[in-house]
Design a protein around this ligand. Structure first.
Ligand SMILES: *Cc1c(COP(=O)(O)O)cnc(C)c1O
Length: 383
């Protein structure tokens, strides 16, 4: 076996040791409806982005199973031989539902955002981002080498000043729709107003909002009545409210055609398996019917009424964070909830800013009112 000098790093000492307080753990867990089996315990899951409970809805599972009779993998990139007609059909349905000219389905939200920003921007482009944007947007901006300007969370006045200060031919404002760790919402109409006033594009990633927010669950751009605007590009995913896996980009026909030609995470990545598309298509039909969204809204109203005095952050979305402060306090509270059968993760820095360790509760349509009442009763005891 080849040896090297003792101080020369190999794969065993390449990484510096992760401090114990920062250590992330992958714990094998099995989900069963709203229950999660973890380390031999059975807990009620308040940590899932499956906001409408569609990931285990019988019709959605049946949709996927039907496709699986034919094949599992798609075998190639969409540009080679993986471009099943079902992808095109779902793209048309999504574009029509969301009010855009065209749609492009990608392998995941991470792939969609990294590849989209890389296709839109180069080192001459200026990108203006909310400081709390999702990592996929942050990485997209980093990897394309664009000039990056970050404004404080939701501070559109600061954004306006940055836009005034940094003129350039090609500029893009980038924001989450619903923010994943705070559950609050971007002022999409104000952002579009700034985009128009300053001749920039606006990219909104509403991964958490589509399916849950706005009329018929069409997301925050529908709530603000701006979807389909030619300055606006929108990203959504199938991994959250749709209960499946994958992502999509919405925009003008010309934009989407340009992405088909350029987006490297489309061209050089295997097409999404048809089973995921079939599941997402069934999920879309259920979302359009609206039963689960109605239930989600009732469950959220119940949760909010029962936690009114407990100091939760202001959020109308299914993401309901409770800032605790220190990492230890957050871990203690999560452990105390777990002792009585509730799974709620403690989210700590560096995922969230220093000193804002929190418990991140997610409420879904598939929780029963008893489960929500039990959880909130326990919380009132603990706080
Ligand atoms: C979850 C999420 C993504 C990533 O989507 P995946 O399909 O899980 O890769 C991107 N953006 C936002 C805002 C998200 O919440």
């Amino acid at each position: 076996m080849p040896t090297s000098m003792p101080d020369m790093p190999d794969s065993r000492n390449w990484f510096a040791e992760t401090p114990a307080t920062r250590r992330r753990r992958l714990t094998a867990s099995r989900r069963q409806g709203m229950l999660i089996h973890l380390d031999g315990e059975q807990l009620i899951n308040f940590a899932s982005n499956d906001y409408l409970g569609l990931s285990f809805h019988p019709a959605v599972c049946m949709g996927a199973k039907g496709a699986l009779d034919e094949a599992v993998g798609s075998g190639a990139s969409r540009l080679v031989s993986g471009d099943d007609p079902m992808l095109h059909r779902l793209e048309q349905k999504l574009a029509a539902w969301k009010g855009y000219e065209a749609c492009l389905i990608l392998g995941s939200g991470m792939l969609a955002n990294i590849g989209l920003i890389q296709a839109l921007a180069d080192r001459h482009t200026h990108v203006f981002s909310d400081k709390l944007n999702h990592a996929s947007l942050v990485d997209g901006v980093r990897l394309c080498g664009a000039k990056s300007h970050r404004y404080n969370h939701l501070e559109t006045i600061q954004l306006q000043k940055l836009l005034e200060k940094h003129p350039a031919e090609r500029r893009i404002i980038v924001s989450d729709g619903i923010f994943s760790m705070d559950g609050d919402s971007a002022d999409a109409a104000a952002l579009l107003g700034l985009a128009q006033a300053h001749d920039t594009l606006l990219l909104i990633d509403d991964a958490h909002g589509i399916g849950c927010m706005g009329p018929e669950g069409r997301g925050i751009t529908a709530e603000h009545n701006i979807s389909g605007h030619p300055r606006l590009i929108e990203v959504g995913t199938f991994g959250k409210a749709f209960g499946s896996y994958g992502a999509f980009i919405l925009g003008t026909a010309e934009l989407i055609e340009g992405l088909r030609q350029r987006q490297r995470t489309l061209i050089y990545s295997t097409a999404l398996p048809v089973a995921m598309i079939a599941a997402a298509e069934t999920a879309l039909a259920l979302i359009q019917r609206g039963e689960q969204l109605q239930q989600l809204r009732e469950n959220l109203a119940l949760f909010k009424a029962q936690t009114e005095e407990l100091g939760f952050m202001a959020s109308d979305s299914p993401i309901q964070p409770l800032i605790v402060g220190s990492d230890e306090q957050a871990l203690q509270l999560a452990a105390a909830l777990r002792d009585t059968g509730f799974f709620v993760p403690a989210i700590r820095p560096p995922t969230v800013p220093e000193g804002t360790a929190r418990l991140r509760f997610t409420i879904t349509a598939a929780h029963s009112s008893e489960q929500i009442e039990q959880l909130t009763a326990r919380l009132r005891e603990l706080l």
